[in-house]
Design a protein around this ligand. Structure first.
Ligand code: PGA
Length: 247
């Protein structure tokens, strides 16, 4: 039986004071039913890592460099993330892919470096509205996952999490229906099962895209949805905790 993870991606929001308040609010209300993880902006990782040291809530980074160390201005090494207390790092969030032109290959290399450094990558995949309308959702998701399998092998996904985030649902208030989401999650698990049944059974597949307190329960009750990657609704402690209670 897979456990559930509710992950809050804070993106580039907040300031030192609001971040501290949000962490305190989440810590105070955490009922401990689902595993929680929060992904603050990188400059606040050290601070938040310190605040979470004695708690059950995990820390994650919004990205991770594909290189170990050296002249990579603006990037953050997986080893540094570990020093901040990170358990997770996102890789290939659609905003990184579309706004910063991160390719499938670069995203796969970021995942590989995370795994090699003991950080669990959350590989984000998902189609745009245009791709869904063209009927190529599965092709797109398969291509994004295949980049990781081709670089690091199917076994590497046994040390990773996948987040299915339809691009058209991110930050738009337009959530995928539970059936639409389940269909893609089942496709992903089926695809992995053809290569390695154990990995397919074990890997957590999160849904992301306008998940909120009112739609979370139905999404999270689907057989292949093992949690959520929450953007907007993770910026309010109450909303984030209500989603976690829906598990
Ligand atoms: P959203 O973002 O919940 O605001 O749609 C999800 C994400 O980008 O991970």
């Amino acid at each position: 039986m897979r456990s559930s993870l509710i992950a809050g991606n804070w993106k580039m929001n907040g300031n030192l004071q609001s971040v501290v308040e949000l962490v305190e609010g989440i810590k105070a209300g955490n009922a401990g039913k689902a595993e929680l993880a929060i992904f603050p902006p990188a400059v606040f990782l050290m601070k938040v890592g310190g605040m979470l040291a004695e708690s059950e809530i995990a820390l994650g980074a919004q990205n991770v460099c594909d290189q170990e160390a050296g002249a990579f201005t603006g990037e953050i090494a997986a080893s540094m993330l570990r020093e901040c207390g990170c358990r997770y790092a996102l890789a290939g969030h659609s905003e990184r892919r579309s706004l910063y032109q991160e390719t499938d290959q670069l995203v796969a290399a970021r995942c590989a470096m995370a795994v090699a450094s003991g950080i669990i990558p959350i590989l984000c995949v998902g189609e745009t509205l245009q791709e869904r309308e063209q009927g190529i959702t599965e092709d797109v998701v398969a291509r994004q996952i295949d980049a990781v399998i081709n670089l690091s092998g199917i076994a590497s996904l046994g040390q990773a999490i996948i987040a299915y985030e339809p691009v058209w649902a991110i930050g738009t208030g337009k959530v995928a229906t539970p059936d639409q989401a389940q269909e893609v999650h089942a496709f992903i698990r089926g695809k992995l099962a053809r290569l390695n049944a154990d990995v397919a059974e074990k890997v957590q597949i999160l849904y992301g895209g306008s998940m909120n307190p009112s739609n979370a329960a139905e999404l999270l009750s689907q057989a292949d949805i093992d949690g959520g990657l929450i953007g907007g609704a993770s910026l309010k402690a109450d909303d984030f905790l209500t989603i976690a209670q829906a598990v």
